[in-house]
Design a protein around this ligand. Sequence first.
Ligand code: PLP
Length: 424
Amino acid sequence: MLDRRSFLGSAAAASLAAPIGAQALTSVPLPAADLHAKNEDAYWAALRKQFLIPADVVNLNVGTVGSSPRPVLKAIFDGFETTEQMTQEGSEDYPIWGYGAWDQYRKPFADFMGAKVEQMAILRNCTEANSYIANGFDMKPGDEVLISDEEHGSGEMPWMLRSRRYGVVVKKFAMPKPAKNAAEILNRISDAIMPKTRIIFVSHISTSTGVVLPAKEIAALARSKGIISAFDGAHAPGMMKVDLNDIGCDLYTGSMHKWLFATKGTGFLYLRDRSVMDRVWNTIATGGYDDPARMADRYMQIGSSCIPTLMGLNAAIGFASSIGMDRIEARNRMLADYIHAEMMKRGAQDWTSPDPALRCAIATVNVPPVQRMELQDWLWKNHKVRIRGGNPSKLRLATPYFLSKADIDRFLGLFDEYRKMKGA
Ligand SMILES: Cc1ncc(COP(=O)(O)O)c(C=O)c1O
């Protein structure tokens, strides 16, 4: 166990900053609608103030979890205050979701993601949603699921568990590193499809490299072979514009607490239509789970869950929509392209795609002999810059719209300083 001194001296102490008080949530005005046209930098700087992240912290790791801006926090806190009064209108109404349809939260999110309400189940995170897919299909021992070698543990482990318990075979194809074009990825998937492949399960945006896989083409390939297509889109909502029905996949999952900056504990499962739903068993169940007429809502019958969480989700959708997903995506991309180009100038190896169309707001680079964990600790503990990556030397640099070029320059300057200090 950590003693008090080492605890206070650790990076964790920074996350235990004093509460700022409810008043502060509304005291910072949102930028005026026309500010973007008049002065783009001022617009983004004003939006940056909607986040409680201290002004001197540079957060290049939204990839793990986002920070909810003030209007989202306000909706959550107000939600607790109102719902905990237990004065709900109906005698059967209680401040929980997990029983019932909750269209007032499902519908705005479905609209935001280019889906219909009956295709969308809100769950508590992407891991939960991925588990629904891995557990959901009837498969015989020896039947295969095809995944990439870049899946997050929350995508791969539900399948490994099923494999150990029931003999389903998990086959992996190697993603090209870096992925130079979409055809290269599609060819690897196509070559790995076997007669027993029942499901292709891949990330839409790779957690480790940030590569945006050609989802529409993968879904079409799977369909042409009679194989189910399922995507782990943990990073997609809020990072880039997504139109689920346009992708044409069978299943899609994601987290809203990363790039959409919604409440922690928000995830979703999309199921294309009734023919898919008829094949997917629930993993968690309470009354109503087996009523096919309920469509995707039946996957939300999961028992008592937190209503203010969903109020925060609606506020997060409102916040992102007030900026506009086109604008958010363009800004995310511009910042990622900038950090990517700067790291290339510094001799980094590209672990994301050199093709800007195959990446969005995550640039992963390999910088041997720099030890990423050492650098990551040094940046956070000494300079309030947060990054993440993979050992030994990969840096995953995530660039949410609220960062500025100056923030990125600060990281770059520190990276140069660190390398000099280490003679690396
Ligand atoms: C690709 C991918 N899938 C799933 C997850 C897990 O998401 P959650 O914590 O919402 O379950 C992550 C988290 O980083 C991820 O990157």
